[in-house]
Design a protein around this ligand. Structure first.
Ligand code: PMP
Length: 458
């Protein structure tokens, strides 16, 4: 690379360090290291400004479901921007992209869910959920039902309500969260917290924490239970099979609403349009974002069941909630084209029948590696637990930062994986081919060996 180009990149990095506050980032540390500037992308690959090509096994931030470089989405957005760049959905108005998208999503959602409330992000959608479930119970004449039960180590967003609904202790520590009326039960993380029991027994135990909490608070105080089908940001935590069956039993026994946060799992990641189908769940509200537009334009929303919608619509009058960009026309156009691609290329079926099982089988080969204690996943998500001792699952010393070492090793070999502590996670674009999965696994195994060598050298 020419000296001039190097200088231009250095200048960009220094502008970034001076002016750009990054999300979930230690800015001081970042300024010392310098940011990696991503310049372009195509298919399942991204390139940094130095020309390094990386296989993006995280689909951006779990969102680029149809892969990068889809001109037809860019064209649909451009056409919409030229026709009607913005109009709101307030005051008796709407526009065609929002109408068509709501109807399309209703057609893909579980049969008992037929309406959509649009937001700009997953966090806003979970804020909407909080307001919607409380409104529902007010209208039902049960204003005491206010508390929402969530789980430790859940992720539901970064707004005040989103971070409160989430169960991330390090987020709660900043800014006196959670807000009142939100409580957290233990998570179904067998590998980290339940190995003294069989996975199935632990799954039942973790689910019964919900029943215990409902009884402790009183059913008449509980508005809803919120959960991700599998915890994404928490470390791709797939509950034992027994977990959701037991949760279903509990939810059917008590009169509380069920919010399923499908911001990551929605739009095909588990091999069905929604993980509600994969796990045979009947949520009252589904949170969506990310794969809805494959991240080409920001958008989120809540899919609302007939049970909730009938009360809000028929008995509620005005629901005093909404965002300027609820159902933004360009975002809706992106979502419609994104869904069209998912359908035309049968990407959801492929994940269920072909590439998902193939990824899962190949991923499990990494279990052989001396650094790996467990591999788990379903569809197009997976996790690799890095451990000191394969048999006991004992962790490496925290100050070793094995997860971060592995993430850096991934970059060295041309792969993007994310580290959550010492859990390496992946969530590749749904369009990934078998050959690209082979490349992912090869690079992951190279990165594991590099990490192993680095740890041994210490
Ligand atoms: N819920 C879940 C399950 C998520 O994974 C995320 C984002 N990672 C959110 C909510 C928040 O979405 P957003 O970042 O679009 O606000």
């Amino acid at each position: 690379m020419q000296q001039q180009e190097q200088q231009a990149i250095g200048a960009l990095q220094s502008l970034d360090a001076s002016h750009h506050l990054h999300p979930f980032t230690d800015t001081l540390q970042l300024a010392g290291r310098g940011t990696r500037i991503i310049s372009h992308a195509d298919g399942v690959y991204v390139w940094d400004i130095h020309g390094n090509k990386l296989l993006d096994a995280m689909a951006g931030l779990w969102c680029v479901n149809v892969g990068y470089g889809r001109d037809s989405i860019a064209d649909a957005v451009a056409a919409q921007l030229k026709t009607l760049p913005f109009y709101n959905n307030f005051f008796q108005c709407t526009h065609e992209p929002a109408i068509r998208l709501a109807a399309k999503i209703a057609s893909l959602a579980p049969v008992h869910m037929n309406r959509v409330f649009f937001t700009g992000s997953g966090s806003e959608a979970n804020d909407t959920n909080l307001r919607m479930v409380r409104r529902y119970w007010d209208l039902k004449g049960k204003p005491g039902k206010k508390t929402i039960i969530s789980r430790k180590n859940a992720y539901h967003g970064s707004t005040v309500a989103g971070a409160s609904l989430g169960g991330m202790g390090f987020m709660h520590q900043q800014g006196d969260l959670p807000i009142p009326g939100i409580v957290h039960i233990d998570q179904p993380y067998w590998f980290a917290e339940g190995r003294e029991l069989s996975a199935q027994d632990f799954g039942i135990k973790a689910a019964r924490a919900l029943e215990a909490k409902i009884l402790e608070l009183g059913e008449d105080k509980v508005a809803a239970f919120i959960a991700e089908p599998f915890q994404g940001a928490g470390g791709v935590i797939i509950p034992p099979d027994s977990y959701w069956d037991e949760i279903k039993r509990i939810l059917s026994k008590y009169d509380i609403l069920f919010i399923l946060d499908e911001v990551i799992s929605g739009f095909g990641r588990t091999g069905n349009w929604f993980a509600a189908t994969t796990y045979n769940l009947t949520p009252d509200l589904i949170t969506i974002a990310k794969g809805m537009t494959s991240g080409y334009i920001p958008m989120g929303g809540v899919i609302v069941s007939d049970r909730v919608a009938d009360v809000l619509v028929n008995e509620g009058g005005e629901f005093a909630h909404g965002f300027t960009y609820s159902g933004h026309p360009a975002a809706a156009a992106a979502a419609l084209e994104n869904i069209r691609i998912l359908e035309e290329e049968r990407l959801v079926d492929k994940v269920r029948e072909d590439t998902g099982p193939y990824l899962q089988a190949r991923l499990r080969e990494l279990c052989e590696h001396p650094l790996v204690g467990e591999v788990r996943g379903l569809g197009m998500v997976g996790a690799i637990e890095l451990v000191a001792d394969k048999d006991s699952g004992a962790r490496l010393p925290a100050d070793m930062g094995a997860g971060m070492l592995c993430r850096e090793a991934c970059i060295e070999v041309g792969l993007v994986m994310r580290a959550v502590g010492d859990t390496m996670i992946i969530s590749p674009p749904l369009c990934i081919s078998r050959a690209e999965i082979d490349e992912l696994i090869l690079k992951a195994s190279q990165a594991l060996s590099l990490t192993f060598a680095k740890i041994a050298a210490r």
